[in-house]
Design a protein around this ligand. Structure first.
Ligand SMILES: Cc1ncc(COP(=O)(O)O)c(C=O)c1O
Length: 458
């Protein structure tokens, strides 16, 4: 189908001479570029040409409801004129100045983040994404403590760069091993096997006892930091058990171990608080951010550092940096994005839509035997599927079987974009989604679960 037949404005967009049709875009992308986390021949990418609010449009004119905020990252929704205008304005004024300069946009965002982050978090170090932020947070923790080891959890993803992928606990680490030394992985409060049977509180307390033993065995004086996703993201959308964060912080403090909260996915209102650690009443020593910091309009990450750590680097060199550290365009995007989050009250909106998401999940669970569980905190949701009453998954961990592939195809055909893996799928729409759009999404999920019900073994 040509662009003219799609109803999209001819010549709209990037101003290229003539436009490619859907087939040509896909064919050339596949032939001349590499896709991440996949074998190139197996990908079937959607040729996206436009996006507005919670909707994406493909080159053939088909519309998709963005049920995953792309990479769980477009918090304010697509095509927000305020962020676009801020990027344009900054590009005209000063598109780039190297990291050693001082710019007004850097001063403004630094000040804004200091005000936004609670307690002793008043200093930011800018990067270009989540993985880089985690690398630099650990770099800072090692320099300040003089210790090398880092504790990280198995149910986690922390980025794809060398250290970050090896701090990652999930299967994406395997092909990247062996990694740098000094990373100790621990199990999570939430086991993969739910049949362990304890309450959330008991699991949290048991986990802390286990962690205390790990710290003793490793030597607490050798551990610089523990890195956690405050709310585990792709590995389950799992908020910490009640009371867990405060007890964890106290345990780590006892040993002089710094707590790094990875809020790359959970931050900027996704969970109904600006930062997810606020649910647990704690302030970590370091916090890492990306995704919702700019809603992905431009790449930017940041590390928030406590006053004590920031003070250390007033007198000592921070041995880290990037050509694009504090890139003015990215900072302008972040500043405008945060203004939108605040003025449109999107954090409050995520909190106020949580009950609707949970109610829809409860309605579907009562109706569909193949739905094992639905979880949501704010607009951060996941649905787990089961193939039988014993709760067994359709595909085991780190695999994707035919049922999940069929489900994924159905979602795409029905115009719902989400991440489907193992035996679960995400419900993570932009925070600007309306109640009606949220219900539209769950109506498609409802129909999709009929498909998995048909595979349910009684
Ligand atoms: C919790 C978490 N940390 C870190 C990252 C890595 O971020 P990036 O892809 O920007 O490097 C991700 C990306 O999905 C993430 O979800």
């Amino acid at each position: 189908m040509s662009r003219r037949e799609t109803g999209l404005p001819a010549g709209a967009g990037a101003g290229y001479p003539g436009r490619m049709d859907a087939k040509e875009i896909v064919e050339k992308c596949k032939r001349t570029t590499m896709y991440s986390w996949s074998a190139g021949d197996s990908v079937d990418p959607i040729p996206v040409v436009a996006a507005k609010g919670v909707w994406l449009t493909a080159a053939d004119g088909k519309r998709y409801l963005d049920w995953n905020s792309q990479a769980m990252s477009v918090h304010i929704g697509h095509g927000h004129p305020r962020v676009i205008a801020a990027i344009e304005r900054q590009a005209r004024e000063l598109a780039y100045a190297y990291a050693g300069t001082a710019t007004e946009v850097r001063a403004r965002l630094g000040e804004k983040l200091a005000a936004l982050m609670p307690g002793h978090l008043n200093t930011s170090f800018f990067t270009l994404g989540g993985g880089e932020s985690n690398e630099n947070a650990v770099r800072a923790a090692r320099a300040v403590t003089g210790r090398q080891k880092v504790l990280a959890r198995y149910r986690s993803y922390h980025g794809a760069t060398a250290l970050a992928i090896n701090m990652t606990g999930d299967y994406r680490r395997w092909a990247n091993e062996p990694g740098p030394p000094g990373i100790v992985h621990v199990l999570d409060p939430q086991p993969y096997d739910y049949s362990f049977g304890a309450t959330d509180e008991e699991r949290g307390q048991n986990h802390l006892r286990y962690l205390e033993e790990v710290i003793a065995a490793e030597g607490g004086h050798t551990i610089a930091a523990m890195l956690i996703e405050t709310v585990t993201g792709t590995n389950g959308v799992l908020p910490p058990p009640p009371g867990y964060l405060a007890s964890l912080k106290a345990l780590l403090d006892k040993h002089g171990i710094l707590l790094i909260c990875d809020e790359v996915m959970a931050g900027f209102g996704r969970t109904g608080k600006m930062f997810a650690f606020e649910h647990g009443g704690i302030v970590p020593d370091l916090v890492t951010m990306a995704k919702g910091l700019t809603s992905s309009y431009l790449p930017l990450g940041a590390v928030g550092l406590s006053d004590r750590i920031a003070q250390h680097f007033k007198k000592n060199v921070f041995y880290g940096g990037h050509t694009y550290n504090s890139h003015p365009l990215c900072l302008a995007a972040a500043l405008a994005n945060i203004e939108v989050i605040e003025e449109e009250r999107l954090v409050e909106r995520a909190a106020s839509l949580e009950p609707l998401m949970k109610a829809e999940m409860a309605r579907l669970k009562a109706k569909h035997p193949s739905m094992k569980e639905g979880r949501a905190i704010g607009l951060f949701g996941m649905i787990d599927l089961q193939k039988n009453a014993r709760g067994e998954p359709f595909s085991p961990y780190a695999s994707s079987g035919p049922v999940m592939a069929k489900l994924s195809r159905f979602f795409r055909d029905q115009g719902l974009l989400t991440f489907v893996k193992h035996s679960n799928f995400t419900c993570v729409p932009p925070l600007c989604i309306s109640e009606d759009e949220l219900r539209q999404g769950f109506a498609i999920v409802d129909r999709a679960l009929e498909l998995t019900d048909a595979e349910y073994q009684t």
